[in-house]
Design a protein around this ligand. Structure first.
Ligand code: ACO
Length: 428
């Protein structure tokens, strides 16, 4: 590559020059869009881990150093200094809000926090033990039949649609929990902030009013910031994939929810808690689970460990650990899973298998324990991730649409049969 702005590639004796696309963080790309036309070849990149799907100015990740910046701000600065509403605004609008802008955004969140009364009937159609992620994905898709499609990403309708989604997803999440418990719905209140409102919708009762602990609301707020965006991950790519076909924003977000559900992605926070519960039931034998994770004949993986990009400590996991310390030292919470998690982390970080492969705790390792401490049940953990990630999905979708990107249409390397003669059914 040298100093030039082109990379040379030789394919079957034919040399071609491929333009280099410079990034602002050193992760430069080689533009191969003319490769097939000029050589007849396509590329193969299992899992797309060497392929940039987009040119984006939203999130910078340095996996080697363990750094994450959102719109140029270190995640540590955002978590320590901002509210989730401010960070959501930052994602959706590109800059941190002024006081007036934040007030206007908060009013939108309040105005759009209810869902159409007719949608309430849908909840009763789901079985009592239906997974909240299934309910959430279905309800978000159905928002598209109740609320107008977004016509322009550059006018006020975008602000309203973004606020509508950020606000209503929180309401739907709380409602699906209430339904799963067979409890009456608790409506959002304009006098409560975003996270206090969510906690109140989850846990208030007419027979036992819920006391909102400001520390709980603060920890929840910080947790949501930790989830807010993470570049071109699996669920964000799903949102863009569906968006690239020009399906409506609600449908695209619903696809992101389904992708996030998977245990290798956002579903890992639920899987971590279940794993820790299993270890506890096994007398806290963390070494047994370390051994299982290392055993090539065993499909078990240490959940909440390893990351496709981070080959260092995930900065979000460090911040989650700080929040654990803050919450557990300020309130009388005793969770035996926390001791197991700490032992498991220490055992893994001193084991050659994990050291060699640069496997560190990721965001999901401690967040489940925090949510549990706030009273959020295990099957709601990935739903919490959705609420946090939503502004990121909206921002990534908007950037993609505004860049007039093409429909996602990867090719394949076909290895199936050659042309076969058709045989009538009775002669096969
Ligand atoms: N436990 C045990 N071994 C692991 C783990 C793990 N959690 N993660 C990776 N490895 C091993 C692999 O077996 C592989 O070993 P090998 O070189 O001997 O074959 C090596 O480390 C590299 O693993 P890959 O699968 O290539 O790593 P990749 O980057 O593709 O996967 C992933 C990343 C999916 C996150 C993986 O680390 C994993 O499954 N972790 C557990 C699930 C999890 O916590 N997911 C949440 C990620 S954060 C998020 O999405 C929000």
């Amino acid at each position: 590559m040298g100093e030039s702005n082109y990379a040379s590639l030789e394919v079957n004796g034919k040399k071609i020059e491929l333009p280099i696309i410079e990034s602002s963080d050193g992760d430069n790309g080689i533009d191969i869009s003319r490769l097939r036309a000029e050589t007849g070849y396509i590329t193969f990149d299992n899992g797309f881990s060497n392929t940039a799907s987009s040119i984006s100015n939203i999130t910078h990740i340095d996996g080697e150093q363990g750094e994450l910046r959102i719109r140029g701000y270190n995640i540590e600065d955002l978590v320590h200094n901002c509210s989730f509403r401010e960070v959501a605004y930052l994602l959706v609008h590109g800059s941190l809000p002024t006081r007036d802008q934040l007030t206007a955004f908060s009013s939108y969140l309040n105005e759009h926090s209810l869902i159409d009364e007719d949608m309430h009937h849908f909840f009763s159609g789901f079985p009592r033990n239906g997974h909240p992620m299934a309910i959430l994905a279905a309800m978000v898709t159905s928002l598209s039949s109740f609320y107008p499609d977004l016509e322009d990403t550059k006018d006020q309708s975008f602000d309203i649609t973004a606020a509508r989604l950020v606000s209503k997803v929180r309401t739907i999440a709380a409602f699906s929990y209430r339904k799963s418990k067979g409890q009456a719905l608790v409506y959002p209140r304009h006098d409560l902030n975003y996270c206090s409102n969510f906690l109140n919708m989850m846990f208030d009762s007419s027979v036992k009013p819920y006391h909102i602990d400001p520390l709980y609301a603060k920890i929840l707020d910080k947790l949501l910031i930790l989830h807010v965006d993470h570049g071109q991950n699996c669920s964000t790519t799903a949102v863009k994939l569906i968006g690239s076909a020009k399906a409506n924003l609600y449908a695209a977000i619903s696809a992101g929810i389904c992708a996030l559900w998977g245990p290798l992605h956002g579903g890992a926070n639920q899987a971590v808690v279940e794993m820790l519960e299993n270890i506890m039931a096994d007398d806290g034998d963390v070494q047994k689970y370390i051994g299982m994770a290392k055993d090539r004949d065993n499909a078990f993986r240490l959940m909440g460990f390893g990351h496709a990009i981070y080959k260092n400590y995930d900065p979000r996991a460090k911040l989650a650990k700080e929040l654990v310390d803050e919450l557990f030292s300020s309130r009388e919470i005793n969770d035996p899973l926390l001791d197991i998690a700490r032992k498991l982390e220490a055992a893994a970080l001193s084991d050659e298998f994990f050291i060699e492969r640069k496997l560190y705790p990721n965001i999901d390792f401690y967040t489940g324990i925090l949510y549990r401490a706030l009273g959020i049940p295990t099957n709601m953990l990935t739903v919490m991730f959705v609420i946090g990630r939503l502004p990121g999905w909206i921002a990534q979708w908007k950037e993609f649409i505004d860049n007039k990107s093409r429909i996602f249409r990867p090719r394949q390397i076909y290895v199936g049969p050659d042309l076969r003669s058709f045989v009538e059914i009775d002669k096969r």
